[in-house]
Design a protein around this ligand. Structure first.
Ligand SMILES: N[C@@H](CCC(=O)N[C@@H](CS)C(=O)NCC(=O)O)C(=O)O
Length: 356
């Protein structure tokens, strides 16, 4: 028989162990839900970045004749790999159709998606993604054959319009036509190639997508001047990289790599002068961006969990924002001057918050 004193000890120790078990469980649950996954750590362990991309959009993401992925979006995959792993070549590219891209990200098949993807409220919230600052400000357009006589959306009453499934394009098309009471028939496709064939064969009168996409496709025709992109812009399409929600370590790196490339352009740092700028920074802001000390001081460490001089690798191996834009988008006729993609100092939206 236990006496009162021993009974009290048993009860107290039982209560204590229950409290310990509860406290541990509560801690596990709350730390799991607040920290989410850490894809940055996975990428570092794996030694490679897995980037979801387009393989069929010249200028943004395409496989060239040498079998290599290239384009504006591809360069941002390279930039993230250069920042995290010190090597822009350490990327596995996973080509994805418009309708498969978000599931691939949610299912951990890719670390990050950089595929001419528009930032919208439902993709951000319902689909559980986090978008960084846009890398290209776009808008939807309509391409028609020059011989068609169509010169505005209003003139297209009764037409058939080719459009890609799983895109903002599909939804905006309906907003614009149905919203204005203009009768039309959508003809939807899963990928671009059959869509292009349908447009060329005259099975649809118009081809609608992002204006950058239309510029890319139009440039690929044997006679581009046979096709006209109507002046109207039907929507806002801010395109940029995205990560999964609650994956802040990776999200922050991607976000600040994008900003770093924009800031490098603003500060006049290019792939050819970055090493001399790093050995002899002309001002403290440049020193902070390049992760070096100024005037004998210590380099700034923003705590991204990667090398403090990550922007040096990004700029030397990939280039600043302007260099990347120039090499992939200017050849498509997408000039920056006077567009939303000009630097903020020139009236555009390309703007990086301070590195400090
Ligand atoms: N930005 C839009 C459209 C993205 C999109 O998929 N565009 C088309 C045309 S520019 C494309 O990339 N097609 C390539 C393909 O699927 O083969 C979105 O995020 O929904």
């Amino acid at each position: 028989m236990l006496n009162y004193r021993n009974k009290a000890i048993v009860v107290i120790s039982l209560l204590f162990s229950m409290f310990v078990i509860f406290a541990c469980t509560a801690e596990e649950t709350s730390s799991e839900s607040s920290s989410g996954s850490n894809t940055l750590a996975t990428i570092i362990d794996r030694g490679e970045l897995v980037c979801g991309v387009n393989d069929n959009l010249t200028g943004f993401g395409v496989v060239n004749s040498a079998g290599q992925f290239e384009g504006f979006d591809i360069d941002f995959c390279k930039a993230v790999a250069a920042a995290i792993l010190g090597d822009a070549g350490k990327v596995e590219y996973v080509p994805l159709t418009a309708s498969a891209r978000f599931e691939a990200l949610a299912a951990n098949e890719i670390d990050i998606l950089i595929r001419n993807t528009t930032w919208t409220a439902s993709r951000d919230r319902d689909l559980g993604n986090d978008f960084t600052a846009p890398t290209f400000y776009d808008g939807q357009g309509m391409m028609v054959k020059a011989s068609s006589g169509y010169d505005s959306i209003e003139s297209m009453a009764g037409s058939t319009v080719c459009v890609l499934q799983g895109t903002t394009t599909e939804l905006n098309l309906d907003d614009r036509f149905t919203g204005s009471g203009i009768a039309y028939t959508p003809l939807t496709f899963e990928t671009n190639d059959p869509l292009q064939a349908a447009y060329e064969e005259g099975r649809c009168d118009g081809w609608t997508t992002d204006k950058s996409g239309l510029a890319s496709k139009r440039a690929g025709f044997s006679t581009p001047s046979d096709h006209v992109v109507l002046a109207e812009t039907l929507s806002k399409e801010p395109l940029g990289p995205l990560t999964r929600d609650n994956d802040s370590e990776l999200y922050d790196v991607v976000q600040w790599v994008v900003f770093g490339m924009m800031q490098a352009e603003e500060s006049g740092i290019t792939s050819s002068n970055v090493s001399s700028m790093a050995s002899n920074p002309s001002d403290p802001g440049i020193a902070r961006l390049l992760g070096v000390g100024f005037d004998g001081g210590e380099p700034s460490d923003f705590g991204f969990g990667i090398n403090v001089d990550f922007m040096q690798n990004v700029i030397s191996q990939v280039g600043n924002y302007g260099e990347v834009y120039e090499s992939h988008l200017v050849p498509l006729g997408l000039t920056r001057e006077g567009s939303l993609n000009a630097q903020w100092t020139e009236g555009g939206l390309i703007y990086a918050p301070p590195f400090r």
